[in-house]
Design a protein around this ligand. Structure first.
Ligand code: ADP
Length: 226
């Protein structure tokens, strides 16, 4: 069997250690995501979803426990190496699009590819292909402010997938959109992920959206509960 794309073992994380306001957010998280698997992460607000996604995406470190991406244990690696792995292997989507306002939709998808070493020509070709796949070919030259909320978020999905990561991490990716737009935009995300064969861990409050993934993981008291 091939290595899981993401493997989290015994993760703990707290804040304000030793102080009266100490919070233990993660209390022993074990979670494995296989190649091509889409997993919904469902839990109430404040349960630790963002904390978990940040640790899985190497934006933060756990207090204890191990993160493996593509079978590689990343805990003891230098910050430089972790950044390189994150750039090449992990795509992020947040509730807000975080597109760069001074750049067009196309440029927002090109820039991370240049940072990862791709030629400008290849990066533009990939960006155009991705935009076409989410129905935004005609919007390539628009800046984010000239796009609707749903369009902005679809561009953010394209940007997250630009470097062909193995793993997509998404934190309430349609949480800012009205229910109808959310449904359509989420559909575009699922299609992109399925087409590219990547794995995904997607935090959502929406059980209908969660049901479109392969399985649902719930967090309770800082652990994965059935
Ligand atoms: P969720 O994404 O499920 O809403 P979070 O991971 O954002 O949950 O937060 C989990 C808990 O950790 C919350 O109680 C939050 O207040 C706390 N927390 C998150 N980041 C910090 C921080 N930097 N310092 C102190 N507490 C934090």
């Amino acid at each position: 069997m091939s290595e899981p794309v993401l493997s989290l073992t015994g993760l703990t994380k707290g804040y304000n250690h030793g102080k009266p306001n100490q919070v233990n957010v993660l209390n022993g998280i074990d979670l494995t995501i296989s190649g091509g698997e889409m997993v919904a992460l469902v839990a109430p607000s404040g349960a630790g979803k963002s904390t978990l996604l940040h640790i899985a995406g190497l934006l933060d470190r756990p207090d204890t426990g191990e993160v493996r991406i593509g079978g590689e244990a990343v805990g003891d690696l230098s910050d430089r190496r972790r950044t390189a792995i994150r750039r090449a292997e992990v795509g992020f989507v947040y509730q807000f699009h975080h597109l760069l306002p001074e750049f067009s939709a196309l440029e927002n998808i090109v820039l991370p590819q240049l940072a990862n070493g791709r030629s400008a020509r290849d990066a533009a070709a990939r960006a155009k292909d991705l935009l076409a796949r989410v129905g935004l070919a005609a919007r390539a030259d628009h800046r984010p402010a000239a796009l609707s909320g749903g369009e902005q978020q679809r561009v953010a999905f394209c940007r997250a997938l630009a470097n062909e990561p193995r793993l997509l991490l998404a934190d309430e990716p349609t949480g800012n959109l009205d229910p109808e737009t959310s449904e359509v935009v989420f559909g575009a995300l699922v299609e992109l992920v399925r087409d590219s064969g990547m794995s995904a861990l997607i935090a959502t409050h929406n059980m209908e959206l969660a049901a479109r993934m392969d399985r649902t993981v719930r967090l309770g008291f800082g652990k994965v509960v059935a």
